[in-house]
Every structure is written in structure tokens, then in C-alpha cells.
Design a protein around this ligand. Sequence first.
Ligand code: NAG
Length: 334
Amino acid sequence: AAAGWMRPARLMKVFVTRRIPPEGRAVLAGAADCEVEQWDSDEPIPRKELERGVAGAHGLLCLLTEQVDRKLLDAAGANLKVISTMSVGVDHLALDEIKKRGIRVGYTPDVLTDATAELAVSLLLTTSRRLPEAIEEVKNGGWTAWKPLWMCGYGLTKSTVGIIGLGRIGQAIARRLKPFGVQRFLYSGRQPKPQEAAEFQAEFVPTSQLAAEADFIVVTCSLTPETKGLCNKDFFRLMKKTAVLVNISRWGDVVNQDDLYQALASGQIAAAGLDVTTPEPLPTSHPLLTLKNCVILPHIGSATHGTRNIMSLLAANNLLAGLRGEPMPSELKL
Ligand SMILES: *[C@@H]1O[C@H](CO)[C@@H](O)[C@H](O)[C@H]1NC(C)=O
């Protein structure tokens, strides 16, 4: 158009697989050296459209929902230089194949720490104070006379909180829980982190001890996925009957939901709050959904307007930097 003479002779094609938040969209729209094509919908792009859309693209901005496998890379062709995913997780990317082809990858770690920690605290309080159940009772007429033991849950004051994985998110959670009057923080992981733990006087203990002594257990994701197999199904057996488990991460991918169901249904543990499930979405017929003492959220850890905007901005900047051969703000080491 009018400023066409200022544009480089050849525009780089960028394919965006979803309608993304405004800040990221604006950055891409302002890139004079790119021609941006977008699947303009809130719903995931059908695979056929995806394969069509990436053909000839130099850059791909995608989400967790898109499988970037060999077939898709073939469909994209030799132009493809950069894949930027608007996510922390990279399970959907065939990294070996991507590396082989010399394609750079950007992702969005760190920026969702605060939102995820807020959600974890919300989920803990919601679960321990039985809010969904209580709200339901108001609606269904179960709220009658005041009763001393009705709708009682467990409070944080003078409690022991165990955090599995004292990474960035684990620390952000502990920092937020401390003012509630928590008496003791325990944590487990691959190795002690004395510097980080000092802020909460958190004690490094084996996971089995954490399970046995904590009133609240929060399973969080440390940035570098550490040891697998720290929790096995004996984990629930070790826990107090009055303990509440909050799981916001896939980390330690070993406790199966059937075991969790048994533990909750038999009263082996008091309650659980989950923001991650296997699979996602969890089928509405899943047994866990029949339990009053299980609160399940649809993986909304990072779902604040601010965080999603920042994620989109970072994903856009990763993509553009990669295309221009510059250092990316957050590049995945392959
Ligand atoms: C947390 O949930 C994930 C996903 O369902 C599961 O793989 C993991 O084992 C769970 N961890 C614990 C300690 O329950």
C-alpha cells in the first residue's frame, strides 16, 4: 500500500493458529517484515486447516493444542525457521525432529508464576473450606438452622504446609500462604534449596515425611522437571485423614486418579483440589466428579487477562526475534 516501498522485498510468512490476546496480536500486526495469517477463532484449528496454513510459513505461533510433529513440519516445508508456542509446556512439540531441522523454539516460562500461585491458594481455600459444597447447599435448600459442625473444614492457622517442588511457583505459593498463620513449611524435591527455603524457614524432608506430617500438601511444578517417582500410590496412605491435597501440576506423573478416588471416597484423606487431570478435559462421567470432597478446575492456573496478554506478547516477540535472527526473550535450549 502507501508505505509499500519501505517494506522488504520479500515478506516472511507467519502463521498463527488461534485468536490470541490483544497485546501479542498488536506486535505481530506491527511487524513490517511479516505477513501474518491467523486462524481467527477461539476454538482449536482443525488439523487439515493447520497443515494448509503452515505451508510455506517462516514462523509458526501455536498453542498447546497443536501437535507439531514430523508430518506438520513436512507440511510447513523448508521455510520454517521458528516455532513459538504460547505455553510453558512443550509436550506437543516433536523436539528431536525440530532440532534436526535447525528450527528455533520459543516458549513462555516464568510469566505465569503469580497467576498460578494465586490460583493454587484459591483452590486450597476453596477445597479446605468446602466452598462448592456450601454454595450448593444454599441453592438446594440444605441451608437450614445453624449447626455447630455443619460445613466445617480445615483452616491454615497453625497448620503445616508441605510443598512438593519448591520452584518458582512453589515459593510464590508459600509466600502467599505464610500470612495465613502457617506454622511450619516442609518441602521435598531433588535437593535442598537452603537459600529459597530461608524465607519461609521451610524444612527439606523426604516426600514420605512430608506426606505424613503436612495438613496441606501442594504439588507444584518446579521449573526444571526434577525427579520423577517421588509420589507413588502409598503416598495417600501416609497422609493424615484430615489432610488436603492440592495438585496444580503434572510433575511426578505417577499418582493415578483411581488411587486418588479411593483415598477420597474411603476418607483416607479429607479432600483434594485439582487444576490438572488426566485426561484433559476430564469426561463428565468421571468418578472423581461424584465426590463432594474433590474440587476440580479446568486447568485455569494462568487464566488472568494480564497473564494471558503477557504470554501472547512474549510469544510474539519470541517469534519475531527468531525470524530476524536475533536472541529470543525466551528460547528453549534444544
Ligand atoms: C497430579 O495430577 C497429575 C495429573 O492428573 C498426576 O499425573 C500426578 O500424579 C498428580 N500428583 C499427585 C501427587 O497427586
